[in-house]
Design a protein around this ligand. Structure first.
Ligand SMILES: [Ca+2]
Length: 133
């Protein structure tokens, strides 16, 4: 009887430890890492001139040069035509910049931009910064 009680207590302790780990892990990820998805064509989907890719940044950190992005076909500098900031269940926004290192003309994105021609920002973006607020 005493052994089974010890076993049960140990199981409860293990379950509590797992729950604590899970509770800590998720908020840290959401608070510090934000993603913006960018596409070379309209509508946030692949098209005739290329595909889409994602950039993950720290909150408030600048991803400084789209020319260095080599995933999903590369060639991301001055080619972005649609973009969307992605953070699950959070208030957030991203800024696209005309020049590398988050400089030059800036475009604030608080939701999906399906056609950056409407903001005179088609084939312009060279860097980005995202914030969770
Ligand atoms: Ca540019």
């Amino acid at each position: 009887m005493q052994l089974s009680f010890a076993f049960l207590a140990s199981m409860i302790a293990s379950a509590a430890a797992v729950a604590i780990d899970g509770r800590v892990e998720v908020p840290i990820d959401r608070r510090h890492f934000l993603e913006i998805d960018i596409c070379k064509d309209l509508g946030l989907k692949p098209g005739p001139t290329g595909g889409c890719t994602g950039i993950t940044t720290a909150n408030g950190g600048c991803y400084g040069d789209f020319a260095l992005l080599n995933q999903d076909g590369g060639g991301w500098d001055n080619t972005v035509t649609s973009a969307v900031p992605l953070v699950d269940g959070q208030n957030f926004y991203c800024v696209l910049y005309e020049h590398p290192n988050c400089a030059g003309r800036a475009l604030l994105l608080t939701g999906p931009a399906y056609d950056l021609r409407e903001q005179q920002f088609d084939d312009i973006a060279s860097s980005t910064r995202c914030y969770s607020v």
